[in-house]
Design a protein around this ligand. Structure first.
Ligand SMILES: Cc1cc2nc3c(=O)[nH]c(=O)nc-3n(C[C@H](O)[C@H](O)[C@H](O)COP(=O)(O)O)c2cc1C
Length: 200
């Protein structure tokens, strides 16, 4: 039985294009696997606390040595990592905001990248510790960037997920959403079809 972790981050909540496409993908998956279970983490509704120095020091302190404040500071991160560890498939709805991911999604990344837990450094370089989990990233953008050097979004997310050991990672883009209704409609349809194919 597949357990999915769905991460959404749109300012528009469930009405966001990225959220809708991700929800559609999960509906398609349910069609082939009715027993599928899903944990939904809506980062816009429940934003991770911004990573600060005291929290980062709490991460670096061995669990048994953390004081009450440090335990509280690691709680959000611990929960987010447990959600990742429990998942077989991670679905990330990642709109492009100001040429990057939404700040809440970047903040989530800051909380789930924990040395010794989700990655470690070896003599050969970094090693991700979340192997055995696939990821699907639904990226929505007002403009068009896929496959061009101006795409500051896809390589970043791909590198980050790979750093944690997730893979394979599939990207589905819905682009040109601010470039007229016709283009937006066909781009959303195309992305929906691609997600349906991935789910089949
Ligand atoms: C705050 C904000 C910043 C945005 N920045 C960009 C951008 O840098 N490049 C772009 O192509 N589109 C940008 N857009 C357009 C969004 O990518 C587009 O509306 C997309 O559908 C958002 O996904 P969502 O509907 O899931 O929130 C921005 C939208 C917002 C609200």
């Amino acid at each position: 039985m597949t357990h999915v972790l769905l991460i959404t981050s749109s300012l528009n909540g469930t009405d966001g294009h990225s959220s809708r496409l991700a929800a559609r993908y999960i509906d398609e998956l349910r069609g082939t696997e009715p027993d599928l279970t899903v944990t939904h983490r809506d980062l816009a509704a429940d934003p991770p606390p911004h990573l600060d120095g005291a929290t980062f020091r709490a991460f670096a302190t061995p669990a048994a040595e953390r004081d009450a404040d440090q335990r509280e500071r690691t709680a959000w991160s611990d929960r987010a990592i447990a959600e990742l560890q429990a998942a077989d498939l991670v679905v990330i709805a990642a709109p492009m905001y100001n040429f990057g991911v939404p700040s809440v999604l970047k903040s989530w990344m800051d909380h789930v990248a924990r040395a010794g837990i989700t990655f470690r450094y070896t003599e050969n370089g970094p090693e991700g510790l979340l192997t055995g989990r696939r990821a699907v990233v639904v990226s929505t953008r007002g403009g068009r960037y896929a496959g061009t050097p101006a795409d500051s979004h896809t390589p970043f997310v791909e590198t980050f997920l790979g750093f944690l050991g997730l893979g394979p990672v599939e990207f589905v883009h819905a682009e040109g959403l601010a470039m007229g209704e016709d283009r937006a409609r066909s781009s959303l349809e195309q992305a929906g079809d691609e997600l349906a194919r991935l789910a089949a």
